[in-house]
Write a protein that binds this ligand. Structure first.
Ligand code: 4FV
Length: 433
């Protein structure tokens, strides 16, 4: 594997790759590393590599010609080579990327400096643009060294025989289990017994469970990509019971004040399916209580009768899980009543989160809202869904947060409220395992 790095600071790479496992691999020709000073590919006496951006905007940009000449001379025609640009706008670098890149014979890595590079370098020369993270570095050299170091680990023979890249990679998309070495007792902290048992089956099981636990607690999204055995899933189910994220979420389905298709304020009718489906979704995602906001007495009585049918008398015997879902549905005259009820239960008023199919300024996205709810230490949130053609402006304006609409790539967004509720609950409270 040959790494060719294009940079205006070749000296950057002198130290990081002059010792340790990489140096050994260089000496054994397992990998090759060459740095190329982009200034050597300039044609003016000042060896100029940067210039002001067209259209103004401060800062300097790297000129296309020197980089173009360098790539044309360095990229090995006919060999399995790839030109990479390191930039914050690239695809996020991961273990999987590293594994793929290790499959090439030559990687030509272009390191950006200044405010970036002329766009035509991308169009003419760059095969893949890679970012090592959502932050801005003073130069792509840092990213290039990260890429070189992690790709090299997948080059056959690089890690030496006792270690395989498979073992220490994110291949399994699980975080590493806790590891210990001598002394057995350090400042009163001892090595887990199982590791001293010599029972390799036991040790393997313990390590697997610890990896699952650490991943579940620290990086649950990784578990979505992990290949899990039934034992793993059982282990995680136990974790779910013992280590469930703390959040207190309530939902309300509002029948008044909402709009009709002429955007006049109306009261909509109680819909059996909505209540059943949203209650079941709420139960699935750990919602505390489901408020049915319906001021119309006749409608309230109808809803009461349906709820009682499923939660009392023969209902529960007929369908236990349905009774379980509907028993946390409460009918309220107004959204204000629901807020008061939560304040009574939680000792503090909930933050109100409204939803709407219409786009709005300053709406909050789902990952950010999830973060807020999951890291709120149990502060109550009330998620409000509207019937008809959506919640009234009065309710929208009083809310603490407005969630972005649920959209596909179609421009058609007439989801039923119960579908929208299910999608939104999953985005906010899904457990990816
Ligand atoms: C970067 C990153 C990065 C941007 C301006 C270099 C800097 C300067 N590269 N992942 N994050 N590059 O911040 O790869 O050109």
């Amino acid at each position: 594997m040959k790494f060719d790095i294009l940079t205006i600071f070749p000296e950057f790479f002198e130290s990081p790759f002059s010792f340790g496992i990489f140096k050994k691999a260089l000496d054994r020709n397992i990998v090759e590393l060459s740095t190329h000073d982009i200034r050597d590919y300039t044609e003016d006496k000042h060896r100029t590599v940067d210039d002001a951006p067209y259209g103004g905007g401060g800062g300097m940009l790297m000129k296309p010609e020197p980089i173009g000449r360098a790539v044309e001379q360095i990229r090995q025609e006919g060999s399995n080579s790839l030109v990479i640009l390191t930039s914050p706008g690239g695809e996020l670098f991961s273990d999987e990327t590293a594994r793929e890149l290790a499959g090439y014979d030559q990687l030509v890595i272009v390191c950006g400096r200044y405010e970036g590079i002329d766009e035509r370098v991308r169009e003419l020369y760059v095969d893949r643009e890679i970012s090592i993270g959502d932050y801005v570095l003073s130069g792509g050299e840092y990213a290039a060294s990260v890429i070189v170091d992690s790709v090299a680990r997948f080059v056959p023979g690089y890690l030496g025989n006792e270690l395989s890249p498979e073992r220490d990679s994110f291949k399994e998309s699980l975080l590493e289990h806790p590891q210990y070495t001598r002394p057995e007792n350090y400042k009163g902290l001892t090595v887990p017994e199982v590791l001293l048992s010599g029972n390799h089956e036991e040790i393997r099981g313990w390590r697997r469970r610890e990896s699952l636990k650490r991943t579940y607690l620290e990086r649950p999204e990784l578990l979505d990509r992990a290949g899990l055995s039934l034992d793993d899933i059982t282990a995680i189910d136990d974790l779910k019971k013992s280590a469930r994220p703390i959040f207190k979420a309530y939902i309300a389905l509002v029948h008044y004040p909402v709009y009709n298709n002429r955007l006049t304020i109306i009261t909509t009718a109680f819909t059996n399916l909505d209540v059943h489906d949203i209650a079941r979704a709420g139960k699935t995602y750990g919602i505390e209580k489901f408020y049915l906001v319906q001021p119309n007495p006749e409608q309230q009585r109808l809803a009461e009768r349906v709820l009682r049918h499923w939660t009392e008398g023969e209902g529960p015997a007929l369908n236990k899980s349905r009774a379980e879902a509907l028993e946390f549905v409460v009918i309220k005259d107004s959204l204000g009543e629901a807020v008061k009820d939560i304040e009574r239960i939680e000792g503090k008023a909930p933050r109100v989160v409204v939803t709407d199919a219409r786009p709005r300024e300053n709406a909050i996205g789902y990952s950010e809202m999830r973060e807020k709810m999951m890291r709120s230490g149990g502060d109550p949130f009330l998620l409000v869904f509207g019937t008809g053609w959506g919640l009234s402006e009065e309710i929208m304006e009083k809310a603490d947060y407005t969630l972005k609409p649920v959209n596909g790539y179609t421009g058609y967004n007439h989801l039923s409220v119960r579908s929208a509720a299910a999608i939104i609950l999953d985005r906010l409270f899904s457990c990816t395992i």
